[in-house]
Design a protein around this ligand. Structure first.
Ligand code: URA
Length: 246
């Protein structure tokens, strides 16, 4: 028989609540945590996450091995975990949540919008794998008006100035303003959208990521704010349906 993994009660609470270590210890000591309906005041008590029912202040906790957050990245911060001089996206998270998190891919410092942060390396790897062709949609504002020839060139496949031939992409120009478009790409080349627009002798003046795979930026999230993904967003991202290999 395979033995199910056991972990300490305080570690369990730390994994599935945003509480600090000292809050967890205090709440356990105060008798606010139950294991299978019995108050447990021992932070080191060993529990089996798949089997035991843990409640905190009467609320049943769901064990989450990994954590997933969407951030509406503001301009001016780096998509990195740390930097000696500049502010990073991790600096937008409190220390307790930040542990183990990293951004899934990068947005340029001046790009805003959807950035997924997680401690799930496998999911990150799958989302970023070139073989998976995960769609990323961006809202683009350009210095010059976009035209039908640009859309045609995008759909034929843009050749960048360094000779790189890109896959066919959809450039959907806004009907009311030709300086605005949505672009959906499946590759993730360095500065890809800016270089694609530059190849059409135009310039990106604003870039916002709207979606990545099945995940869409929550319109209620102001720039600089984050929220945990809900269960259906996580299930959908983890399902292979939107991460097909070709
Ligand atoms: N393409 C870019 O040029 N910049 C980004 O940040 C993302 C895609």
């Amino acid at each position: 028989m395979i033995q199910k993994k056991q972990i300490r009660l305080d570690k369990y609470l730390s994994d599935c609540t945003p509480l600090t270590r000292s809050q967890i210890k205090a709440d356990i000591k105060k008798g606010q945590v139950t294991v299978n309906d019995i108050i447990c005041k021992d932070p080191g008590y060993k529990i089996t996450p798949e089997v035991d029912v843990i409640c905190h202040k009467g609320q049943r906790l769901n064990y989450q091995k990994y954590h997933y957050y969407m951030l509406n990245k503001p301009a001016g911060v780096l998509s990195a975990t740390e930097d000696s001089e500049q502010k990073t996206v991790l600096d937008l998270f409190p220390a307790d949540i930040r542990k183990g998190l990293f951004p899934v891919g990068r947005l340029d410092k001046d790009t805003v919008g959807l950035l997924l942060l997680t401690d799930d390396g496998e999911m990150s790897h799958r989302l970023l794998s070139p073989k998976k062709h995960v769609e990323k949609t961006y809202l683009v504002h350009t210095a010059e008006a976009l035209c039908d020839e640009d859309a045609t060139a995008f759909s034929r496949g843009i050749t960048l100035k360094d000779g790189t031939l890109l896959k066919s992409t959809v450039l959907k120009i806004d009907q009311n303003d030709p300086h605005i478009a949505h672009v959906t790409i499946t590759e993730g080349k360095y500065h890809q959208i800016k270089r694609m627009i530059a190849s059409r002798k135009n310039k990106v003046i604003y870039l916002k990521r709207i979606s990545m795979g099945s995940l869409t930026l929550d319109e209620n999230l102001p720039e600089g704010a984050y929220r945990a993904l809900n269960e259906s967003e996580i299930t959908s991202l983890l399902s292979n349906n939107n991460l097909q290999s070709h």
